[in-house]
Design a protein around this ligand. Structure first.
Ligand code: C5P
Ligand code: MG
Length: 240
């Protein structure tokens, strides 16, 4: 099993983690209520026309530098960057039917039902001419992961995991001043709890499948990218 982020435990209060542990049941219940209505399940995933997609999942806790490194990967290797968090925030801004539910979920540091997030990702993948996708901040939990495989009908080629000590993640999030509703101490604690309880099992899953590339997220942006670059350079033939 993948090593747990030991320093995280100090941010995880026992009383709060019980409510977090209830979350998979909540999301799975919603998932069940959607499964009979998903047209793409019957079609067997989305159509990539004549393209064979190259999918990278980018995992890591809040403030681990996923977005910053994704920008560098886009510049260097020409990927289409899809940040699940950004897509959800755009949905809030557009005041769509799910906007207020998404806002409340993000404010609480919980995970939005998979069908909602995957629909947004799917729309972007289908409308893009690119075949190389960086899906950042997704999957956040096992249920996200399974739902993606079922709805999109694809698995990631590789998975990056930005491994960062909890103290460093808290410091970065509190200092980034992006005006986000969830960048406050209370929500950060919840996001770290969710990360440990729900996201680390996904990290372990891909480690066991041999797809995980663990990146030490400490250092300058360039130092971190020095670890990221060889991962993609090794896939040159698939991504050119
Ligand atoms: O990745 P980012 O930090 O931008 O995500 C912000 C919030 O968006 C998460 O804390 C969570 O509430 C929501 N989110 C989600 N499902 C995802 C990605 C993000 O519910 N797959
Ligand atoms: Mg981000």
């Amino acid at each position: 099993m993948w090593r747990r982020v030991s320093s995280l435990t100090q941010f995880v209060s026992p009383t709060k983690s019980s409510s977090i542990l209830n979350q998979p049941a909540y999301t799975l219940k919603i998932w069940e209520s959607f499964t009979t209505q998903l047209p793409n399940l019957e079609k067997g995933g989305i159509s990539f026309k004549d393209r064979i997609p190259f999918i990278t999942f980018v995992l890591g806790g809040p403030g681990s530098g996923k977005g910053t490194q994704c920008e560098k990967i886009v510049e260097t290797f020409g990927f289409k960057h899809l940040s699940a968090g950004d897509l959800l925030r755009q949905e809030i801004a557009s005041e769509s039917e799910y906007g207020s539910m998404i806002l409340n979920t993000i404010k609480d540091g919980r995970i939005v039902p998979s069908e909602v997030t995957i629909k947004l990702i799917q729309k972007e993948m289908e409308s893009s001419d690119n075949k190389k996708f960086l899906i950042d901040g997704f999957p956040r939990c096992e249920e996200n992961r399974v739902a993606f495989e079922q709805i999109i009908g694809a698995e990631p080629n590789i998975v990056l995991f930005f491994d960062c000590p909890a103290e460093e993640m808290v410091k970065r999030v509190l200092n980034r001043n992006q005006g986000r509703v969830d960048d406050n101490m209370d929500t950060i604690k919840k996001r770290l709890e969710v990360f440990e309880e729900l996201n680390l099992p996904v990290v372990n899953y891909y480690a066991e499948k041999g797809k995980l590339h663990k990146i030490c997220a400490l250092g300058t942006e360039d130092e971190i990218f020095e670890q990221v670059w060889p991962v993609f350079a090794a896939c040159k033939q698939l991504i050119q």
